[in-house]
Design a protein around this ligand. Sequence first.
Ligand SMILES: NC(=O)c1ccc[n+]([C@@H]2O[C@H](COP(=O)([O-])OP(=O)(O)OC[C@H]3O[C@@H](n4cnc5c(N)ncnc54)[C@H](OP(=O)(O)O)[C@@H]3O)[C@@H](O)[C@H]2O)c1
Ligand SMILES: *[C@@H]1O[C@H](CO)[C@@H](O)[C@H](O)[C@H]1NC(C)=O
Length: 327
Amino acid sequence: MWSLAYIFTLFGMSLAAASQAPCIELNDGNKMPVVALGTGRGTASESASVDEVRQSVYWAIEAGYRHIDTAAIYFDEPQVGQGIADAIANKLVTREQLFVTTKLWNDKHRREQVVPALKESLGKLGLDYVDLFLIHFPVAEKEDGSPDDVDYLETWQGMEDARQQGLTRSIGVSNFNATQIDRLIANSNVRPVVNEVEVNPTLTQEALVSHCQELGVAVMAYSPFGFTVSRKNPDAPPPRSDDPVLVGMANKYKKSTSQIVLRYLIDRGLVPIPKSTNKNRIAQNIDLFDFYLTKEEVELINRFNKNIRVIDPVDWKDYPNYPFWEY
Ligand SMILES: NC(=O)c1ccc[n+]([C@@H]2O[C@H](COP(=O)([O-])OP(=O)(O)OC[C@H]3O[C@@H](n4cnc5c(N)ncnc54)[C@H](OP(=O)(O)O)[C@@H]3O)[C@@H](O)[C@H]2O)c1
Ligand SMILES: *[C@@H]1O[C@H](CO)[C@@H](O)[C@H](O)[C@H]1NC(C)=O
């Protein structure tokens, strides 16, 4: 008898990449896979080392991920690039099949700094282009971290330059509030394709999410697990991973509570960015496409909302364009 694996091999398919995320179409026509591997390492109680990133990117591609999220400020673009290069060398994927996102840091917000900053990221990643380049925060800093007063409308002109030069296929923003999204769209030629913001059961962001979605701006959800996984904040609010509501859904669908939370985000039309450096959890976090939650179950998870952030950059409250005034 031929094994199933052998038959799949015959047809050029791989059993290892069983879980592929579908794509959504962005407002510029490009397509983006709805699950991205997170490579930022700073927010959990046990932060990953930069050396683990290369391996996790490789494992993720092996498990079926086609979207990787990094940033200049994560200082891991070389490791992300090596993981991608290994996967391409071993013929798991081609560059064209991958969607790579990176981000501009706050001290490179002047128009003439944007293209050189992206070229530096591309050099570290070992890539000719990224698929998506984001303004990481609307807040501008000087190199020493003190506030700078560069308008993000100026930064956006630099982003448009980068796109025009083919260094990135799409451009977008991160951590912009609704007022800032509106102002950007009203005063620029190219609409952002994405706003990457924190969304999870304790920060459901219903108003901002529907506002962006009505404008054709896709929302990527960072820190998707919220406080269901252990964080540095010991006073964190519920739900935790053993919450009865989440456990009930997990039992019903034969999934983990982490998978329930990711599926909740996908069922709201969001693109979650789970970070893991553990091989089994990496695979688990994309094994999401054989079930979905009912509208009522999504509503039930929305009710956990506390408007409390995992990422709360309160140190920037006095900086121009600080985004998080409402909560
Ligand atoms: N744009 C921005 O400003 C911004 C800000 C923050 C984050 N991000 C992006 O979003 C990504 C994710 O956010 P995050 O790192 O804050 O948090 P997260 O993905 O919500 O949580 C990561 C934590 O969850 C654990 N974990 C992962 N999968 C699990 C599973 N299936 N079961 C149990 N535990 C699991 C991880 O541990 P193990 O690694 O041991 O599995 C890690 O401790 C970042 O890596 C970054 O790419 C963007
Ligand atoms: C967004 O941020 C701007 C700049 O700090 C602020 O003026 C505005 O009130 C904020 N809007 C919302 C909806 O939070």
